[in-house]
Design a protein around this ligand. Structure first.
Ligand code: MCA
Ligand code: AMP
Length: 506
């Protein structure tokens, strides 16, 4: 049984049990969530969504947004969530590429998104932060029961876009089996069960918040405490009622700065999970010293769901991402030749297993490029395995910046900067940042006679790139360092400006 929703329903406890609690104090029981998802599925069918159709969703976090996710898979369609920070021009690319049957957006954006939808032949409905909007109104007229559309293990449940080193975002196609196998493996490994209460402060448009956190909780009949965004005070207030939290490293960096983080405050918690970006060993140690809890770090990707995890029992070693999950094969190979490297040697991480995606949407060539003939997926991450079998990520073979858990591909930002009149060329790099882990930084060469300043560059990018992709700082130079082949030496730039974000006086 691999249908995501069959599994969720098959594991539901008594229907009165809370599935989601919202910040406004609303409690949505499993029975209510089931009925809500049925009504939304009915609404999708009313809007002519048929199995295999893409439902593109750019909405704020709410219980109704989760019901819409469940409804989409119940209707046999493909859920395609988008970061709410994406600008209209960014959204347009996804609409053109994915050709959704239906777009669901915030009512505040209904007009421009509606125009976009009509240009691409899609329908549009709205859903707001409180769970209101035209789709919710339509759902309210539907019955609370829905005959779920059968789906096979390899049928798609979701497409999540992930940017590429070449600039164009690629849709990672994720099947029902990809999602269920991974969530069940994590739930067992991390000992999730009906008594768990998970602090959920992540966004629900990425793997971490939607599949790791939400699927694990729903498949184990747990309760999620939804927060619209990270808020250290609010999280500390909830801890005495909660058992677990999943977060990106920035969550933990901010929590260890908070005077309220103590042993007593975290007494009721049994598990803190970190992932999406490297957790500094220093943050791990500080957190443990302050609370007695060793953060459990794991490693994953949009394309592969979770690959490795530190153990639940046993040493959670700072700076490592633990062991391959049960059912996941992981190997380290020479980046160029693809040949296996000797134990303890750094190389490219490759993975294979039921967690690995079905390929990039409508990009067969790119998909073929990223897989070895024996089915291993080339992650683009560089790693090493120690004598005890712990995997560590030691760098990236791909030009990628991870800022606060969000991926930013330099090429996409460079392309936008290079289009600004007066810019000759640019290089975008990630520099150590005390809050976001890495800070997106632009190094810019101006055209002869041009006199742009940092503010002018930032203003020009407004509306073209989501805020989190925009450079935190812009540095102007006369020329970019290049090697003999003419390739920009980003490492040299990273070394030169390594301390740019260091706190003053540090
Ligand atoms: C917000 N801003 C950011 C980021 N978030 N800038 C850079 N990087 C970010 N991540 C901007 C805001 O637009 C604002 O800019 C300014 O920074 C300050 O915002 P602030 O209020 O401090 O931000 P926040 O709301 O507290 O958000 C920071 C955050 C958040 C908590 C780190 O970004 C977050 O929740 N990140 C989680 C991302 C995530 O779920 N990643 C998982 C991907 P301005 O003032 O100019 O507007 S899944 C994945 O990676 C794989 C599969 C995996 O392994 O999990
Ligand atoms: P995404 O494109 O959002 O799927 O991000 C996946 C990337 O995040 C991986 O390829 C890694 O580079 C990085 N990542 C995820 N978890 C970790 C971790 N625990 N440590 C280091 N890097 C990580």
């Amino acid at each position: 049984m691999n249908h995501l929703y069959h599994l969720v329903r098959g594991r539901m406890p008594d229907l009165a049990k809370p599935a989601i609690e919202t910040p406004a104090g609303r409690v949505i029981s499993y029975g209510e969530l089931d009925a809500m998802a049925a009504r939304f599925a009915g609404a999708l069918v009313t809007r002519s969504v048929v199995p295999g159709d893409r439902v593109l969703v750019q909405v704020e976090k709410s219980a109704e947004a989760i019901a819409l996710y469940l409804a989409t898979v119940r209707a046999g369609a493909i859920f395609l969530p988008l970061n709410t920070a994406y600008t209209l021009s960014e959204v347009e690319y996804f609409v053109g590429d994915a050709e959704p049957k239906l777009i669901v957006c915030d009512p505040a954006r209904a007009e421009p998104v509606g125009l976009l939808a009509s240009r691409y032949g899609a329908e549009i409905e709205t859903l707001d932060e409180q769970g209101g909007g035209s789709l919710a109104e339509l759902a309210a007229q539907q019955p609370p029961l829905f005959a779920d559309v059968e789906r096979g293990p390899d049928d798609l449940a979701a497409i999540l876009y992930t940017s590429g080193t070449t600039g164009r975002s690629k849709g990672a196609m994720l099947s029902h089996d990809n999602l269920t196998s991974n969530a069940l493996a994590l739930a067992a490994l991390w000992r999730f069960g009906p008594d768990d209460v998970l602090i959920h402060a992540l966004p629900i448009f990425h793997t971490h918040g939607l599949f790791v956190a939400t699927n694990v909780s729903l498949l184990t009949a747990g309760t999620m405490l939804f927060l619209p965004k990270f808020d250290a005070d609010e999280i500390l207030r909830l801890m005495p009622r909660a058992t677990s939290m999943m977060g990106v490293p920035t969550f933990y960096v901010r929590l260890v700065e908070h005077a309220g983080l103590t042993r007593e405050a975290t007494e009721h918690m049994r598990l803190f999970v970190s992932g999406s970006a490297p957790l500094l060993a220093e943050t791990h140690r500080k957190f443990e010293a302050m609370t007695g809890h060793a953060i459990l770090e794991r490693y994953g990707m949009t394309e592969t769901n979770m690959n490795t995890s530190n153990p639940y029992d046993g040493d959670r070693i700072p700076g490592t991402v633990g062991f391959p999950l049960p059912g996941v094969e992981l190997r380290i190979v020479d980046q160029e030749s693809g040949a296996a490297v000797a134990a303890g040697t750094i190389g490219m991480i490759e993975v294979k297993g039921p967690n690995v995606f079905k390929g990039y949407w409508r990009m067969p060539d790119k998909t073929a490029e990223d897989f070895r003939p024996d089915g291993f997926f080339i992650t683009g991450d560089l790693g090493v395995i120690d004598a005890r079998g712990y995997v560590s990520i030691v760098g990236r073979g791909k030009d990628l910046v991870i800022s606060g858990g969000y991926n930013v591909y330099p090429k996409e930002v460079e392309d936008e900067i290079d289009q600004i009149p007066g810019v000759a060329e640019s290089a975008v790099i990630g520099l150590p940042h005390p809050d976001f882990g890495e800070g997106v930084t632009a190094v810019v060469v101006l055209a002869k006679g041009a006199s742009l300043d940092e503010a002018a560059i930032r203003d020009a990018l407004e509306g073209r790139l989501a805020r989190f992709k925009q450079p935190k700082r812009v540095i102007f130079v006369d020329a970019l360092p290049r090697n003999a082949m003419g390739k920009v030496q980003k490492k040299a730039l990273r070394d030169t400006y390594a301390s740019l974000y260091e706190p003053q006086g540090a």
